[in-house]
Design a protein around this ligand. Structure first.
Ligand code: PHB
Length: 391
């Protein structure tokens, strides 16, 4: 008995100490052409944590980061299962690609573990588990306003998208906005998601002579390939305007794209060049931590806001994470001062509500930047789910 009591005390102390650490399983893409998603998300999570750690009153966060290697649902599901069953994480976060988020959703449901998305933008994703809250965007959110705006400037548009769920959303949502504004879609082509050769597709576009070409591809190195091929084949010189959601001019790739990106117009919810004071503070803190050559993109902005929400959840529960309470807190999350402007989680859909900005690639202080020209839509909800409600 005498020996048992110290053992019991030690084990109780160990449990108390463990309760003071919240384990977060982060699944993201750290390798391949879209490796930037993993890097941006991790950097944002860690920077927010470093700058705000003291607010947690002694509770610690532990990040368990895992690489899904790109669009790879089987791998993503396996990683989620391991994180939940073996590592006993209390929260899941991250996920760049829609197919991976779709594969993880049933794991989150079964284990009742909240999944805080920092990318994966296909509308349907959040319907796949009541434990998902999305802090990124939906493709519908940017592409309907993009189509509506484009219809005021162009008569004939062509769409070229990656052949998977977000690309299909982009094609449909843009088409809806563009046609509602009186525009005509003269061609809608889908290309393979992985390692596409853009040249034959862009040649077809050139031959069709549209006024504008709307492109959706996942952000990362792929965006630079599209931009360069568009220029090399002379589409800009032929008077075709390249437009799209902000994935095609993702902030961190602008230096690699070079001058061919100048003048490209996009609609998106975040630009590193936004002059809002809270964005300047965010970008300033980022550059101080990671160097002047590193620029946060929309995935970094999503992860920053997601970590702000995780902090609220952890603080409210003093580190003792209950999944149902966490979901209630996430559904009530709002921040009028996010780097991207005012944001909130729609409690009905668990999707983010945010503004959409028209941006143009311009040279600012010698560097290419997505300059926000105009707020084209405010407090935008996911357009696809809004449409389903009307049906
Ligand atoms: C997605 O798979 O949902 C996705 C990936 C990359 C993007 C946007 C959406 O840039």
């Amino acid at each position: 008995m005498k020996r048992l009591i110290p053992c019991l005390v030690a084990s109780l102390l160990a449990t108390a100490a463990a309760a003071q650490t919240v384990k977060i399983g982060v699944i993201n893409t750290f390798t391949g052409p879209q490796a930037v998603f993993g890097e941006m998300t991790d950097r944002a999570f860690k920077l927010y944590y470093k700058l705000h750690e003291k607010e947690l009153g002694g509770v610690k966060l532990e990040f368990l980061s895992r690489d899904d290697g790109g669009p790879n649902p089987d791998k993503a599901r396996q990683l989620a299962q391991e994180l939940v069953v073996r590592d006993r994480v209390q929260l899941l976060a991250g996920v760049a690609f829609t197919p991976n988020a779709m594969a993880i959703a049933p794991v989150a449901t079964e284990a009742k573990i909240p999944l805080i998305l920092t990318n994966a933008g296909t509308s349907i994703v959040t319907t796949r588990s009541p434990y998902i809250a999305r802090f990124s965007f939906t493709i519908w959110q940017s592409c309907v306003p993009l189509g509506e705006w484009a219809a005021k400037r162009f008569k004939r548009a062509y769409t070229l998208v990656s052949d998977y769920a977000p690309g299909h959303d982009a094609e449909t949502a843009f088409g809806q906005g563009f046609k509602a504004g009186g525009g005509e879609i003269v061609g809608a082509v889908r290309m393979p998601l992985q390692n596409p050769d853009f040249a034959p597709y862009l040649q077809r576009v050139k031959d069709a002579k549209p006024d504008a070409l709307m492109v959706f591809i996942p952000a990362g190195k792929t965006a630079t390939s599209v931009m360069k091929t568009f220029s090399d084949l002379g589409l800009a010189a032929a008077g075709i305007k390249l437009i799209g959601p902000g994935d095609i001019t993702t902030d961190e790739e602008l230096p690699n794209m070079g001058d061919v990106a100048l003048g490209v117009l996009t609609v998106h919810h975040y630009s590193a060049a936004a002059t809002r004071p809270q964005n300047k503070a965010f970008v300033g803190a980022w550059k101080k931590e990671y160097g002047a050559a590193s620029t946060p993109n929309f995935a970094a902005a999503a992860a920053w806001d997601a970590m702000d929400a995780i902090f609220q959840v952890v603080k409210a529960q003093k580190g003792a994470i209950d999944s149902e309470r966490t979901m209630e807190l996430l559904k009530a999350y709002r921040n009028p001062d996010s780097p991207r402007g005012p944001i909130a989680i729609d409690p009905e859909t668990r999707d983010i509500v945010q503004n959409e900005y028209l941006r143009e690639v311009r040279r600012v202080d010698g560097q290419l930047a997505n300059v926000e020209i105009e707020t084209v839509a405010t407090a935008v909800k996911d357009g696809w789910k809004e449409l389903q409600k009307k049906k």
